[in-house]
Design a protein around this ligand. Structure first.
Ligand code: OSB
Ligand code: MG
Length: 370
């Protein structure tokens, strides 16, 4: 497929409520939408890098730089056969997985539309609907957290994840567990602890949690392996896993017993599928993480989560958990059994609302083959 045109849109989307983690609090979500055109067809992708380098070093600003200066020139006017061919063309760009993943997603959408096949089909997904949960940010107090969790349970979410940080961990988790003794519950620290300070988390082991996500630094797989020996609750890695090679090493080291897969974090859906395949062979459960995506990224996550190894509920919530107005015409809704339907149309199976894109766009750029 010859890539004839590339458009980039830096968006700033107001969230329905502020989202707070151990690395900060946001009221708007930024991202970069990527639109590829070729053979009269259009494909959309989303780069999940946010405004600040809190979760990862990439930001919307660094991604803009990498996209315009390196990734777009590597494919504009070129005949890009498939996602593997795309990755080979950008292999000389070290790092910047979120920027690469955004383009790879747009390419999957484009190729799916050309073949008239859904992304789910292209990836080998098997389910029409995937089990999901909700990621609840830090609240003002444990009581406010219990209230927020109650609202999501009322809406039908069958799995709750709460964010924790030093000083806001055991008491928060205990309050939720006390209020809801039987729910599926997990916690996410977003790298806020060290092996030493993580000793404070020991009481979490008695709360029947599904997992403890990324307690230690992203580049500290070794200490995660030491920490896992001190907990019977599975440790799950998010930030630490940037490739299938990392996943292999984490399993060899016993640094975790579960992996959160995010296509953005690992450089694209092709690497995400490779991690899924490796974990499936090893009998290690995986689940699909989220980055507060728009409808474009969410459609990609749903397709990914339909693969058979995704045996734990994903951080893929309904549109109205994130945005009052999204940039796709489709709104994702939660079914009563805590699932969300996987789009079945060609490619991502969603239609981008260009008016909404224009409304939330703070910067744009159009690159056309000369
Ligand atoms: O660590 O999983 C995370 C959002 C932004 C950055 C990092 C994370 C998250 C979430 C939200 O937990 C998950 C979602 O999209 O619903
Ligand atoms: Mg996480």
């Amino acid at each position: 497929m010859i890539i004839e045109e590339i458009a980039l849109y830096h968006l700033r989307m107001p969230l329905v409520a502020p989202f707070e983690t151990s690395f900060g609090r946001i009221t708007d979500r930024e991202c970069i939408l990527i639109r590829l055109r070729g053979e009269g067809l259009t494909g959309w992708g989303e780069c999940v890098a946010d405004r600040d380098p809190g979760y990862a070093y990439e930001t919307a600003g660094t991604a803009w730089h990498i996209l315009t200066e390196f990734l777009a020139p590597a494919i504009l006017g070129q005949d890009v056969a498939d996602p593997a061919d795309f990755q080979a063309r950008v292999a000389r760009v070290r790092g910047h997985p979120m920027a690469k993943a955004g383009v790879e997603l747009a390419l999957w959408d484009l190729l799916g539309r050309r073949e008239g096949r859904s992304l789910r089909e292209l990836l080998g997904g098997r389910r029409d609907g995937v089990e999901v949960g909700v990621s609840v940010g830090l609240q003002a107090s444990p009581a406010a957290l219990v209230e927020a969790v109650a609202r999501y349970l009322d809406q039908g979410y069958g799995r709750i994840k709460i964010k924790i940080k030093p000083g806001r961990d055991v008491a928060d988790a205990e309050a939720v567990r006390r209020a809801f003794p039987h729910i599926r519950l997990q916690v996410d620290a977003n790298s806020a602890y060290t092996l030493k300070t993580a000793a404070a988390l020991r009481p979490l082991d008695d709360l029947d949690l599904l997992l403890i996500e990324q307690p230690l630094a992203e580049d500290d797989m070794w200490d995660h392996s030491k920490l896992q020996t001190q907990f019977s609750t599975p440790i799950c890695l998010d930030e630490s896993i940037l490739s299938a090679r990392h996943a292999q090493q984490a399993l060899e080291m016993k640094a975790c017993r579960v992996i959160n897969i995010k296509a953005g974090r690992v450089g694209g859906l092709s690497q995400a599928v490779a991690i899924h395949d490796l974990c499936r062979t090893a009998g290690v459960p995986v689940w699909c993480g989220g980055m507060l995506e728009t409808g474009v990224g969410r459609a990609g996550n749903l397709a990914l989560a339909s693969l058979p190894g995704f045996t734990l509920p994903g951080d893929i919530s309904a549109t109205d958990r994130y945005y009052r107005q999204d940039i796709t015409q489709e709104q994702f809704v939660l079914n009563p059994d805590s699932t969300i339907n996987v789009p079945s149309g060609p490619g991502l199976g969603v239609t981008v609302d260009e008016g909404a894109v224009a409304k939330f766009c703070v910067k744009q750029c159009l690159l056309v083959r000369s």
